[in-house]
Design a protein around this ligand. Structure first.
Ligand SMILES: *Cc1c(COP(=O)(O)O)cnc(C)c1O
Length: 384
């Protein structure tokens, strides 16, 4: 046997010289670039997952997450894993077999929630709208009356369509029907106003790599008191060991009981990304996203490009721009990547080939990025 690398037989040669990745400007649906302070945080000294300094940082992360979400929920933690892990945690903990779960399906992520809920034995019911549209309170009330669900799942920022679901009235309606409200805030948290407690949201999750501008791999989760009542009444254990919040909660709570090793450096990164939000201030951050999105929308319109979503329902963090007739959307994405190091994305499902998805998320929501993108897009369209 020969244990040298690369192997002497030369069959699996890969280049193991120093790693070098291209300096992309990530203006797609996520991940987004992060602030240099987040990079530095990632590189800090490693400590143990029960080190007093790490426990202090855990408390800071919980407090900062409550701030960005505008919630007082004691159970507010970052889950180890990407946004989908925190999404699955809401479903795995709250759904018991046979529960009626109503899901708002107006894009790809509503479909993902349906898939997850059905895998945990839910009786999944759907309320539908075409991709790019949002639900109104009256149709939500009507659907709650028909289906009498235990949980309503809604996507606040549909990254597949660019639509922002108005949230002022839905929570109150859910309370009237004694239904828990589960909200996906992956593409809105840190980029658009989110008021979990005012909106009466019982369970919510997010991701680190969208408007929080942190690397992917750690994901905020919050569970309010009404949802805990349901979890505490479960007849069977949470059918997912890794995401069982009755156990993970003992590590994040007073007991500090080991469950799994926390991703230490990802928690550093999240702490720094959240501290940057607190320093900027939530309202200023939301205004910055709104202003830069508005410059983007006007600039697209000057290029003769329409936006899919009606202006008042657009997400400031993710814009779906309609591909002009005769243009190959994939060729434009490749052109931007090759010539400008800019990443934007196409779409899938009913919007495949019809729109580009342009993200201005967190640290990346800056005027210079918008200006560069518009110029690069103009160049790409002229070269097509
Ligand atoms: C990105 C995203 C997710 C999933 O997050 P991952 O980090 O990709 O697992 C869920 N919901 C929405 C709305 C998203 O944009």
């Amino acid at each position: 046997m020969d244990f040298r690398f690369p192997p002497a037989d030369d069959t699996h040669r890969i280049d193991v010289s120093r790693l070098d990745m291209p300096p992309r400007i990530l203006l797609g649906p996520g991940p987004s670039n992060y602030h240099p302070r987040v990079s530095l945080a990632l590189a800090m000294n490693e400590v143990g997952h029960l080190d007093p300094s790490f426990i202090e940082l855990m408390n800071e992360n919980q407090e900062l997450l409550r701030y960005v979400w505008q919630t007082g929920n004691p159970f507010t933690i970052p889950v180890s894993g990407t946004g989908s892990a925190a999404m699955e945690a809401t479903v795995a903990n709250c759904v018991e077999p046979g529960d009626v779960v109503l899901i708002g399906c107006n894009g790809y992520f509503g479909e993902r929630l349906c898939d997850m809920a059905s895998r945990y034995g839910a009786d999944v019911r759907r309320i539908e709208r075409p991709w790019g549209e949002v639900f109104d309170d009256a149709e939500i009330a009507e659907a709650l009356d028909i289906h009498k669900p235990a949980i309503l799942g809604i996507i606040h920022g549909e990254t597949s369509t660019g639509a922002a679901q108005p949230m002022d009235g839905i929570g109150k309606i859910c309370r009237e029907f004694d239904c828990l409200l589960l909200l996906d805030t992956v593409t809105s948290l840190g980029g658009a106003p989110v008021f979990l407690d005012r909106w009466h949201v019982d369970l919510a999750y997010s991701g680190s790599q969208k408007c929080l501008s942190c690397p992917p791999g750690i994901s905020p989760l919050t569970i309010g008191p009404r949802a805990w009542e349901k979890i505490n009444r479960r007849k069977s254990p949470v059918p997912n060991w890794y995401l069982d919040m009755t156990m993970v909660g003992k590590y994040w709570g007073k007991e500090r009981t080991y469950h799994h090793t926390a991703p230490i450096n990802m928690n550093y990164a999240l702490r720094e990304a959240l501290a940057l939000i607190a320093e900027e201030g939530l309202e200023k951050r939301w205004d910055r996203h709104a202003q830069n999105a508005s410059v983007l929308w006007d600039g697209l319109s000057d290029l003769g490009i329409d936006c899919l979503v009606e202006r008042r329902f657009r997400l400031p963090s993710l814009t779906t721009a309609c591909v002009p007739d005769g243009i190959d959307p994939k060729a434009v994405c490749s052109y931007l990547l090759e010539n400008y190091n800019i990443e934007i994305a196409g779409a899938f499902g009913p919007l495949a080939g019809k729109v580009w998805r342009i993200g201005l998320m967190g640290f990346n929501s800056r005027l210079e990025n918008v200006t560069l993108l518009l110029a690069a897009l103009k160049d790409a369209l002229e070269s097509a």
